[in-house]
Design a protein around this ligand. Structure first.
Ligand SMILES: [Zn+2]
Length: 311
């Protein structure tokens, strides 16, 4: 919802906002030299901010620097998280003066819930109503915390979502959803596999890390129902299955084509050809056919055979 109360604000918004919005929509999807911004709650150690910055840099170097991007890092203090929420809404209002401060402060999933429950997440802002388009990644103190190894691939995972959404130009919600697919198998599978693959290639990461991680994800196979297709599993209670087997599906299509076909070619074709058009052009088969081969062929193989596609 928008809050256009002072008339002068409406004029300012129309005057500057229209131009700014147009300039931004032109740049959306192009790599940028603009640096990511980092904000942290007062109880977040400096080392965690640096750790997050370092892994964002690794990701941006590998996949390109996309933005505008903000990182918001929450600690475990709810009081500090509440203060960070106020700062967050101040930044939102500064970047889009037409935004309602009250609405921002009363939003449901705020930083206090991250302080309580932990987790990481990406909020992509790109629609017809808001002047500011961009990405907001939230990291926290738990699940994963900065002392866990998982924190690093999770930063890469969230940033791969930035890469995915930067390659969808539309401001129309249903178009954006269809290009990234509504269910998690495609978007989450891609973010998870690309994150783990990139992490496994970093200096100091033990050989065998990727095989170990991907083997663990195969445990979800027992939760897949007979005849069930990963593309039909929504976010929620059974979502984990499509994160895990979706990552395997991306590994599978890369083994059938190349990393370049998935990471570069598909996303280049996406806006002009749509999901299915880009899929066929990049992988030489329909998504239905490749999914069928994945379920009826690849997932039926012995573990040893399956592991062969993991570098
Ligand atoms: Zn994700």
């Amino acid at each position: 919802m928008k809050d256009f109360s002072p008339i002068v604000m409406v004029l300012l918004t129309l005057g500057y906002g229209a131009d700014r919005g147009a300039a931004q929509s032109d740049k959306w999807g192009n790599p940028t030299t603009q640096k990511a911004e980092f904000y942290a709650a007062s109880d977040v150690p400096h080392s965690q901010i640096e750790l997050t910055r370092q892994w964002h840099e690794t990701a941006a170097k590998a996949w390109g620097n996309y933005g505008p991007l903000e990182f918001w890092i929450v600690g475990s203090s709810e009081t500090a998280a509440r203060k960070l929420d106020k700062r967050y809404c101040g930044v939102r209002k500064q970047k889009d003066p037409s935004l309602s401060l009250k609405h921002c402060l009363n939003r449901g999933h705020n930083f206090v819930s991250y302080a309580k429950d932990g987790n990481a997440g990406l909020n992509t802002r790109r629609n017809k109503n808001e002047k500011w388009s961009g990405f907001i990644i939230t990291m926290s103190a738990r699940r994963p915390g900065p002392e866990e190894e998982d924190y690093k691939p999770v930063v890469l995972h969230e940033y791969f979502h930035v890469y995915q959404h930067a390659h969808i130009l539309s401001r129309n919600e249903s178009v954006r959803e269809s290009l990234n697919q509504k269910n998690p198998w495609w978007g989450e599978g891609g973010a998870e596999y690309m994150a783990q693959l990139l992490y496994s290639r970093q200096e100091g990461v033990r050989p065998g890390y990727l095989k170990e991680t991907m083997k663990r994800k195969l445990r979800s196979l027992k939760d897949l129902r007979k005849g069930e297709n990963i593309k039909d599993i929504p976010y929620g209670r059974r979502g984990r299955i499509s994160y895990d087997l979706g990552a395997w599906f991306i590994a599978f299509i890369i083994s059938r084509s190349s990393e370049e076909s998935y990471r570069v070619r598909f996303f280049k074709e996406l806006n002009s050809k749509g999901f299915e058009g880009a899929f066929v052009k990049s992988f030489g088969q329909s998504s239905k056919d490749l999914l069928d081969e994945f379920h009826n062929g690849f997932l039926q193989l012995d573990l040893e055979e399956q592991m062969k596609i993991i570098p």
